[in-house]
Design a protein around this ligand. Structure first.
Ligand SMILES: Nc1nc2c(ncn2[C@@H]2O[C@H](COP(=O)(O)OP(=O)(O)OP(=O)(O)O)[C@@H](O)[C@H]2O)c(=O)[nH]1
Ligand SMILES: [Mg+2]
Length: 200
C-alpha cells in the first residue's frame, strides 16, 4: 500500500508488472529505464537467470519530483512469469498500489495469458485485496508479430471488467509510456483521495 509519510513529506507507490513468462514485463521496465532523464537515472536491479528469464524480480525506482508538496517516488517491479515461481509472484505483489498486466498477443499464448490473469486475481486475494480496489491496466504486447489475437477477441476473453487497455510493442518502446502513465495517474488519484480523507 502506498506509503504517505507526513513528517518527511514523502510518498512511495509500488507498481507491479504481471503476466505470463516472456510476455515482455522486463522489456517494459528496461524501456522506461532507458527514457529516464540523466539527472533522474537510477539503477535498475534485475535478478535473472543466464537466459534472461526473471528469477525473482526486476526493480526500478523512479523519482517523480513533487506531487502536492510531497516528494513522490514510484517503485516498479516485475514478477517472474514462469508458472512455477508462484510463491515469488505472491510475495512481489504484496503491497502493490497498481498492476500492469502484460499479455503476449501471440495466438499460441492465449491459454497462458488467461491462466496468468486468473493467477493475478488469486494472488491479489491471497494478499488481502479486493479485486476492484486496486488499479489494473492491461497491455497487449508484441503487436509486431504475426498470428496475433485481435483486440476485440482479447478484450472479450480477458478484459471483461473493462480495465484501461493499451496495445504495445515493448521492444520498440511503443505503448510502454502510455501504459505506465495510465497506471501512475490511477495510483496517484487513490493517494490524493487518501490524503484528502486524512488517513494518517
Ligand atoms: N517481437 C517482440 N518481442 C518482444 C516484445 N516485447 C518483448 N519481446 C521479447 O520477448 C522476450 C521476453 O521478454 P521479457 O521482457 O524478458 O519477458 P518477461 O515477461 O520479463 O519474461 P519472464 O521474466 O520470464 O516472466 C525477449 O526476447 C524480448 O526482447 C515485443 O513487443 N515484440
Ligand atoms: Mg522478466
Amino acid at each position: 500500500m502506498s506509503l504517505i509519510k507526513y513528517s518527511s513529506k514523502e510518498i512511495t507507490c509500488k507498481i507491479v508488472y504481471y503476466g505470463p513468462g516472456r510476455s515482455g514485463k522486463t522489456t517494459n521496465l528496461q524501456y522506461i529505464h532507458s527514457r529516464l532523464p540523466v539527472e533522474k537515472k537510477t539503477e535498475m536491479v534485475s535478478l535473472a537467470t543466464a537466459k534472461d528469464r526473471t528469477l525473482f524480480f526486476d526493480f526500478l525506482p523512479i523519482d517523480l519530483g513533487h506531487f502536492g508538496g510531497f516528494r513522490t517516488r514510484f517503485q516498479l517491479y516485475t514478477v517472474p512469469g514462469q508458472v512455477y515461481y508462484d510463491s515469488t509472484r505472491t510475495l512481489v505483489l504484496q503491497g502493490a498500489d497498481g498492476v500492469v498486466f502484460v499479455a503476449d498477443s501471440q495466438k499460441v499464448r492465449i491459454e497462458d495469458n488467461l491462466e496468468s490473469f486468473e493467477n493475478l486475481k488469486e494472488n491479489l486475494v491471497k494478499n488481502g485485496y479486493k479485486i476492484d480496489e486496486i488499479p489494473i491496466v492491461i497491455q497487449y504486447n508484441k503487436r509486431d508479430l504475426r498470428d496475433i489475437i485481435d483486440i476485440n477477441t482479447f478484450q472479450t476473453l480477458i478484459n471483461r471488467d473493462h480495465y484501461a487497455h493499451f496495445e504495445s510493442i515493448a521492444i520498440q518502446g511503443k505503448g510502454v509510456i502510455s501504459t505506465f502513465k495510465e497506471v501512475g495517474i490511477k495510483v496517484l488519484e487513490i493517494v490524493r483521495m487518501k490524503m484528502e480523507g486524512g488517513h494518517r
